[in-house]
Design a protein. Sequence first.
Length: 348
Amino acid sequence: MEGRTHGTGSRSLPVLDQRIRGTKFVSLTSKSVLNSPQQTGMDFWSINPYVGCEFGCTYCYARYAHRYVVERARDRGALSDEEFRDFRGAQGWEAFERRIFVKEHLLGVLDADMRRYFRSSHLGDGATAPIVIGTATDPYQPAERRFRMTRAILERLAGYEGLSIGIITKSALITRDIDVLQRLAARSDLEVYVSLISVDAELVRKVEARSPSPAARLRALRRLTEAGINAGLIAAPILPGITDDRPHLEALFAAGRDAGAKFVRAGPLRLYAGVRDRFLPVIEAEFPHLVERYARAYAHQSSAPREYTHALHRRIRGLQAKFGLPLNRGMQDRYQVRRPAFQVELEL
C-alpha cells in the first residue's frame, strides 16, 4: 500500500496489514538497523526488526522508543496531526501495542551496518562486541509470521564468522528458525534467551496482555536445547512483591532446568517514566497492597533501590548454584542500561 499525500504536503506511512482488533502494521524505512553502544547507551550492539510489540507487556521499558519514532515522524511531516494522535494513543502508551512499525528492506542497510560494526567493535584478541536481537521489542512477535524480518536478519548474520549473538524472545515461533540458528551457531557464539518471569500462568496474564503461555515458552526452550542451541531463561524483570519471593523463583529455576536451560539470568524491574502510566494502574487493580511500596521504591528513580537489587542478586546467585546453573556471566552481565536508548538513525 502506497503512502498517501496530505493537502499540507505531508506523506503518511504505508500500512502493510491490519488485524481485526485494530492493530496496524506500518512500513518503516531506516538508514540503519544495527545500533551501536554509543547510540543506545547499552554495552552491546542491538537489532530490533520491529518498533512496538503486540504482546503488550505492561512493564515493558521500550515504550519510549515507539513514542520517539512517532514524534519524529510527525516532525518530518510523515504523519498528519490526526494520524499522530492515532499513532500516539489517547493515553500515550496504547499505540506501542497496536501500531507496529516493520523495518522493511533492511538487508541492504544491515550489510552497510556490518561494515561499520567490524570497523569499530573489536574488543581485543580478535573478539567482537555482542550483537543482541530483541532488546526493545520481541523479534518473534506474531508479526514475524508474515513479515519474516527476524529470519532474514539471522540468515544474513549466519554468513559471517566469529560473531557473538544474543536473541531475546517470549515466543515459541523462534523454533521455526532452528535450522538457521544451527547454521549461525556453527560459525559464531549464540545465546538464546527465552523470556519468562513466572511459571504461574494466571499471574503472567495479569501483567503480559497477550504473551505466550509459560508452558509454550518452556516447550520452545526444550526444543531449542534438544537441537543443540545454547538457550536458557531470562527472568526480567523480576517484579518486587510479585515474582521475587523464593517459592516463585525456585519454581521458575526448576522449570528452566527441567526444560534443559543452559542458564537462567534475572534482573529487577526498571520503571521508566514512559512505562509508569501503563504499569502502575495494573498494580492498583491487581496488587493494591503494593501501591505504596512501588510509590516509595520508584519515587525518585527508574531503577530498583540499591539495597533491594543487591539482595535480589544474592538470591539469584544462590538459586543458580542450587540448580546447577552457571552464575551470572557473559552477555547478560553486560545487559546494563547507562541511559535511555534511542534509535537515532531512523529515517521516516
